[in-house]
Design a protein. Sequence first.
Length: 95
Amino acid sequence: MKIFVAGLPYDLDDAELTEIFEKFGTITSAKVAIDKETGKSKGFAFVDMPNKEEALDAIESLHDLSLGKKPLVVKEAEERGSKPSPPRTGGFNRR
């Protein structure tokens, strides 16, 4: 199960994220999102756990836990394209 984690401290790395989630079971991968321009964390990550029960336990246990200034948001990740995105409007229009 793929898990979305937001509200992470900006200095948290992949190894520390793995360590947090390993307490609940097997981790396939744990990746903190990194800004390409700055090389710094974006404050969110994705964790893959093959066992759904372990993943649900991690979600339940870690959601709303504070690792820094704000509480974590931990939930099952939504597949890309599964939710219709709002229409893109706006921009600069000359009249």
